[in-house]
Design a protein around this ligand. Sequence first.
Ligand code: AMP
Ligand code: MN
Ligand code: MN
Ligand code: MN
Length: 284
Amino acid sequence: MSALSLNVDFHSHSTISDGMLSPSALAARAKANGVDVWALTDHDELAGIPEAREAAAALNMRFVTGVEISITWAGKTIHIVGLNIDENNHDLIQGLAKTRSGRERRARDMSADLAKRAGIEGVYEGALKYVGNPNLISRSHFARYLLEIGACSSVSDAFKKYLSEGKPGYVPHRWATLEEAVSWIRGAGGAAIVAHPGRYDLTPIAYDSFFREFKALGGVAIETVTGSHSVDQYDEYTRIANQYGFLVSRGSDFHSPDDAEVDIGKLPAMPKASKPVWETWFSA
Ligand code: AMP
Ligand code: MN
Ligand code: MN
Ligand code: MN
């Protein structure tokens, strides 16, 4: 079996960040959906890895350590996935703790803003019901509560109405820098990968600077086939990867059975021109 035909899902979230399934429930769903190699990539957190690894081993499914780090670059929020990291690396652990530390304050400010500008009270307390890890309160938890009280028609509608830039529940936040995220991942022996590159609000010139800077810092890959991309973007980002000399990665970005764009393990095949980041990781 060639590397490209392995069913790889290297982007997923558990209750340790903003997913709805525990790491072991996620492992079971991945296995049931035919995943050959799985990575858990919780936002700014490594705490789910031991349970995920154990569950994957019990299911006889290959497992790769992962994380999705939030960064701020040119004033925009971008996500960098780290794969094959040593989850016991001190600098990575410290760096992620620092990245997480502003989330509590931000959540309280978001709630105050929603009360003041949208007249919706108590969203912080309501969102907490959905939070599995008190260190990682996210906009997704706010979205689930806003849906519960009928303030919006879906999770993505909650983002459209309240949680994106310029809306009443949006509070700007400064995450890690690109340089920090890449150096933490590389320092922990891992591969740094741009998550869902098609999703950012950057001009073509800014995209080019971003990719060049990422490459110069030692970033190795970008995601192409991901639940966050349109089908056209699978090919578009495969071309871009080859143009910049990046390898490619693949992952559903699965969060919840209720509102998944793509279920875990259910992505289409990789374009033929792909050079997968996992090519040298497994004997297949
Ligand atoms: P945060 O890290 O708290 O800013 O939350 C970011 C998370 O919100 C992302 O990882 C996604 O899971 C989710 N998210 C962002 N934008 C949307 C959207 N338009 N629809 C659904 N979920 C979204
Ligand atoms: Mn998320
Ligand atoms: Mn992301
Ligand atoms: Mn994600």
